[in-house]
Each structure stands twice: as C-alpha cells, then as structure tokens.
Design a protein around this ligand. Structure first.
Ligand SMILES: Cc1cc2nc3c(=O)[nH]c(=O)nc-3n(C[C@H](O)[C@H](O)[C@H](O)COP(=O)(O)OP(=O)(O)OC[C@H]3O[C@@H](n4cnc5c(N)ncnc54)[C@H](O)[C@@H]3O)c2cc1C
Length: 282
C-alpha cells in the first residue's frame, strides 16, 4: 500500500499501538510547511493589455525575501493594507484552450500562518461561523488591494472571486495544518532526515511532498522513487521507458502561429460559445 497523504494524516489512520515510540515522538516533533490564502478570480478584460503574460508574477514589496516571509508569517495580517508578497498567475493565459475569448481566470497565492484560522478548524466547510466569514472578507479585501497595486484597474474587471484559506487546503487535500509543501523543509526534515518511502509498517510505503522533495516535480519523482523501491529497481529512472504511443507536446502560449490545428479549433469553439450567449454570473 502506498500513501500519498502527508505523514501526519497517514499515521492518524493507524492505531498508535502499531507504531514505535520513536516514530510517535518524531510525528509529534514534525513541523509542516507554510499554509496559504488562495484567491481565484474571473476577469472580464484583456489581461495581456493589463501587463500579464503566460508567466507567473512573484511580487515582493522589497528585496529582502527573508523579511517578506517573516512579515507574512509573523505580523498581524490585519494591521497593514497590503501583503508584502504575492504570486499572481493566469491559467487561461497559459492554456489558450481554457480561454473562452472573454473571461480570463486569474489566481493569487500569499502565505499566512495556519494559526490565524485554527479557532475555526472544528467547524464544517459550508457551515463556518460568521467570524470566519468576516475574517475572510477582511483578508480578501487586502488580497484585492495588493492585486490592484500590481495591476491597476483590475478591480473594475473582476466578475467573481473566491478565497481559499488554510482550512480550505485542509478540507480538500487533507494537508496537516493546511500546508502547501508537505513537511517544513528545514535541515532536520530533508534528504536522509525526511520521511522515507519504506515505513516501519509492513507493506506500507510513502510518497509525496513530505518524502523525497516537494512541488509538482518533487512529488512526481517521489512516486517514481517509491515505485522503484517496491519493485526492487535500483535506479528509479529505469522505470521511465520510452513509449512511442504517448506524446506530450508543449506549445508556447505567446506564439499562436506555432499551435497545431486542434488547439486553434478548441479555442475557437470555446470563444464561440461565449459569443453566442454564455455568461458568468456575479
Ligand atoms: C496554492 C498552491 C500553489 C502551488 N503552486 C505550485 C507551483 O506553482 N509549482 C510547484 O511545483 N508546486 C506548487 N505547489 C506545491 C505542490 O502543489 C505540492 O508540493 C504537490 O502538489 C504535493 O503533491 P503530493 O502528491 O505530495 O500531495 P497532494 O497533491 O496534496 O496530494 C495528497 C493527496 O492525498 C489525499 N489524501 C489525504 N488524506 C487521505 C486519506 N485519508 N485517504 C485518501 N486520500 C487522502 C488528498 O486528497 C490528496 O489528493 C503549490 C501548492 C499550493 C497549495
């Protein structure tokens, strides 16, 4: 059995009597990576004209990035008007087949400590208390102000927004304390000190961002690494055989002249649907 859930969640599924005192102590000591506030927006406007392209924007208010992280994670988020750091990205600028010719999708991510939301962790999504909604509203306003500072005029083009909190991360992917990148990447929890694929529970293996490495590539590689251990393959990359029936092509979003016919057609069908009456409700 392979668990892709983080170690905190995985070992919650096993009675403590089956886990060694050493492992239980380690689980108690384990710290988790940052949690985040994620805003998802629908924009009725030309994001390219507003200065965005298919790349990601990593905004930092100043060049001392350690200080940016410190401010995000330690300062009271309600005490200032703008966040000192923010990730901004538009999926519909990256993938023309997801653009309907009118409405762009946009997302922002900024870090926030889980502790800001822990008072509400026992409540159920959809039935959170009013205080949670109020906090979300205040933080959403701060996200919007930060975004407006980077992309002037964007507010007038917003058709809809939704804000995800660390509790949203916990609810949808069961990440311990709403973490984004598995266990905290500090020296004592990385490389040989990270949770390994093979566990002390017979037949149970781990993969994912708390093991080999985090992020999309890290988590993907951890899956290959775990599969290799289970299959007894010495070099994990030997599992990646060339299969000519599988093709992955990457086309540059900024160069429509290089897109194949099917991409152009798919994008055109989507645009036509909106022109013929599709809309997004506020
Ligand atoms: C907002 C945000 C933006 C990010 N942006 C980037 C980026 O641009 N580039 C990048 O490289 N990385 C990014 N990351 C990090 C990246 O998404 C993670 O490192 C990666 O997805 C971790 O993969 P994983 O498989 O370890 O965990 P997850 O993708 O979290 O998967 C864990 C899975 O376990 C399941 N699970 C949990 N408990 C149970 C259970 N009891 N039973 C069954 N299933 C269970 C969950 O449902 C989930 O599907 C971002 C993360 C966040 C939150």
């Amino acid at each position: 059995m392979v668990s892709n859930a983080d170690p905190g969640k995985t070992y919650q599924l096993i009675d403590n009597e089956f886990l060694s005192p050493k492992l239980l102590k380690r689980l108690q000591r384990t710290t988790y990576s940052v949690a985040s506030l994620n805003m998802f927006l629908v924009i009725d406007g030309d994001l390219r004209q507003m200065g965005l392209d298919s790349g990601n924007v990593w905004y930092a208010a100043h060049s001392n990035l350690n200080e940016v992280y410190r401010q995000l994670l330690e300062d009271d988020p309600l005490a200032t008007d703008e966040f000192p750091g923010m990730f901004i990205s538009s999926p519909s600028l990256k993938d023309p087949t997801s653009y309907d010719g009118r409405y762009h999708s946009l997302e922002t991510v900024t870090f926030i400590p889980y502790s800001r939301f822990s008072a509400f962790e026992k409540s159920i999504t959809g039935q959170r208390p009013e205080a949670y909604n109020q906090l979300k509203k205040q933080l959403a306003e701060k996200v919007l102000r930060t975004l407006e500072g980077r992309i002037p005029g964007i507010r007038d083009a917003i058709v809809k927004w939704e804000l995800g909190t660390p509790l949203t991360n916990s609810y949808y992917v069961e990440g311990t304390l709403g973490n984004c990148y598995g266990t905290e990447k500090v020296l004592g929890q990385m490389g040989p000190f990270a949770f390994q694929a093979k566990t002390q529970v017979g037949g149970l293996y781990l993969c994912g961002s708390s093991t080999l490495s985090h992020g999309v590539m890290g988590a993907t590689n951890s899956g290959i690494n775990t599969a290799a251990q289970i299959l007894g393959v010495r070099r994990p990359l030997d599992l990646l055989t060339n299969d000519p029936s599988q093709e992955l092509r990457v086309y540059p979003a900024e160069h429509p002249e290089s897109w194949p016919e099917w991409v152009v057609k798919k994008a055109a069908v989507k645009s036509r649907r909106v022109r013929e009456g599709g809309s997004v409700r506020k």
